[in-house]
Ligand binder design. Structure first.
Ligand code: PEP
Ligand code: MG
Length: 291
């Protein structure tokens, strides 16, 4: 299957009926892009930044983050790079940042933790604003559950931007979007009409809809993106985005799964983000779907 798929790597992703699908890549370490030919993808749909935060030497300073983000932006050229602000907590503990909790998946993780520590969040925001001049940057927030979290994060961006402006440091305010991974957002997306874009995190969305932890093999069968309840939420978000001119992509692992790709396209998605190793397989699977 891998051999047959390789023929699709360099071409555009088209369905059997010729409908174009954007296929971007998911990365964690900035050096992940070095082995990828940028011509084979439509940009970076998800750069996780937890990697930068997980080091024994402590939390990364502004310069370290700025360099990491600029590296990926320069690799991508004009193609979009969507960087996610740190999603610490849950299955991604960061020593010295996350706290011990009885139920980490329902606790202080993602944007909740960042907003609880604005002094740490502001460092990342400044690095992102400065890196923005190096390419086509978009920024998204993980684990958004209510519109107020998005609004507070936007205020922090505006404040840090004003400070950079005041000292004359080059910077650019990126479009600010959100992950759709908490069911409250997928059920009532109209509460988030102001966001620049949506990116569906099917890993977390599935675990929260199915009440089946993503890291527990004993309930793996329940953790199913193709469950009709999960697919209904995905198609609802895709329809809301299409009707309101808000781009909806999907960056969960399901986007690179050939067995799930037909259901995602049938749900209305035309924008997937997959790990680089799945690029060819995803394009080959898309070519089999009649949408
Ligand atoms: C997701 O939840 O689907 C996602 C892409 O984010 P992460 O796996 O990093 O939580
Ligand atoms: Mg997630």
């Amino acid at each position: 299957r891998q051999d047959k798929a390789r023929a699709y790597l360099a071409g555009p992703a088209l369905t059997k009926l010729g409908t174009p699908v954007r296929v971007q890549i998911n990365i964690a370490d900035p050096s992940d892009v070095d082995a990828v030919d940028v011509a084979n993808c439509d940009g970076v749909g998800l750069m996780r930044t937890e990697f930068l935060f997980g080091h024994a030497s402590g939390l990364p300073d502004e310069e370290t983050q700025y360099r990491a983000y600029a590296h990926v932006l320069e690799w991508a050229g004009e193609k979009p790079v969507t960087i996610r602000t740190v999603d610490a907590g849950g299955d991604k503990p960061v020593p010295g940042f996350t706290v011990e909790e009885s139920n980490p998946f329902l606790g202080l993780r993602g944007i909740r933790l960042s907003l609880a520590h604005p002094e740490i969040f502001r460092v990342q925001i400044r690095a992102l604003l400065r890196a923005g001049v190096h390419g086509n940057l978009k920024v998204m927030f993980p684990m958004i559950a209510v519109p107020e979290e998005y609004e507070r994060a936007c205020v922090l961006f505006a404040e840090e931007r004003a400070k950079l402006e005041a000292v004359g440091l080059p910077h650019k305010l990126p479009p600010l979007g959100i992950m759709v991974e908490v069911p409250s957002v997928a059920i009532a997306p109209e509460a988030f009409a102001d966001v620049a874009f949506f990116s569906i995190g099917s890993n977390d969305l599935t675990q929260y809809v199915m009440a089946a932890a993503r890291d527990n093999g004993a309930v793996a069968a329940l953790n199913a993106v193709r469950n009709p309840a999960v697919l209904r939420l995905i198609s609802q978000v895709a329809a809301y985005g299409a009707a309101n001119g808000i781009l909806v992509s999907l960056c969960g692992d399901a986007g690179g799964d050939p067995a799930t790709i037909p259901a995602l396209l049938e749900a209305g998605l035309r924008d997937l983000s997959v790990v680089p190793a799945q690029l060819a397989m995803a394009k080959a699977a898309i070519a089999e779907v009649s949408v």
